[in-house]
Design a binder for this molecule. Structure first.
Ligand code: ADE
Length: 234
């Protein structure tokens, strides 16, 4: 997979792209990630990427020129059309289903906005998929792009470095993940549940499933309604 991140602040991504699971996926060649600065596609002496809105009001708007040119630059020579994604609080809310869909694409181009937003013709001309990471407003799309890249890259086969990969993650089957324990068996009078020490794999599997359903009912009953309904999770 290739991911191009278009941004005014490429330096924000450096430590993230070099660390942890994403860093390892980059080093091992599972994913190639490049950051491109919109400012490299300006032609005036101030290297302007934004201007005042025609409608008046406060704030600045990202201009068409540098955005179209940057997208065309990273798309040049690519046989398969990239999936263009604009990070915006007005987009569809990101969830694991969307992440999983995106993880099957071969080329993602992420557009991180700043200021009051993008000139509307960027939406009309590039027809990007618009994605929000939640109902709150960030000062730019960079943090949202980091969230998206992290969630997508960990789903690439081999990224997690163990065979089951992300199969047990919360949301992968519409449920939250069961609780986890590690050594020691007792910590400050709190015990690891007996069944986990039994070595009985069928019982442990049944425990995980029960805990997973109970946790989802407690914390996110909306997920049980959204997925396959309570009959599937007795
Ligand atoms: N840019 C600003 N706020 C955002 C959000 N909530 N999601 C995605 N991009 C954004």
């Amino acid at each position: 997979m290739r991911i191009d991140v278009l941004t005014l602040f490429p330096e924000v991504f450096e430590p993230f792209l070099a660390s942890s699971i994403v860093g390892r996926a980059v080093t091992s060649g599972l994913v190639e990630i490049a950051c491109t600065n919109f400012r490299d596609f300006t032609h005036d002496k101030h290297r302007s990427v934004d201007d005042r809105p025609f409608s008046g009001g406060p704030g600045m708007v990202m201009m068409c020129g540098p955005v179209f040119d940057a997208v065309e630059h990273v798309s040049r020579g690519c046989e398969v059309e990239a999936t263009k994604i604009l990070l915006t609080p007005q987009g569809e809310r990101l969830n694991q289903r969307i992440v999983s869909e995106l993880s099957r694409d071969s080329h993602l181009v992420l557009l991180c906005g700043h200021y009051e937003g993008f000139d509307e013709r960027i939406r009309l001309g590039l027809r990007p998929r618009e994605i929000s990471i939640g109902d709150y407003v960030l000062s730019g799309g960079e943090a949202a792009a980091i969230v998206l890249v992290d969630a997508v890259v960990r789903l690439l086969p081999g990224a997690l470095g163990h065979e089951d990969g992300a199969a047990n993650d919360s949301f992968s089957d519409g449920l939250l993940e069961h609780p986890q324990y590690t050594r020691p068996r007792t910590y400050r009078d709190m015990e690891v549940p007996e069944v986990l020490l039994s070595g009985n794999h069928a019982e442990i599997e049944a425990w995980r499933r029960r805990e997973s359903i109970e946790r989802t009912r407690d914390r996110r009953p909306d997920l049980l309604k959204e997925s396959d309904g309570p009959n599937e999770h007795p």
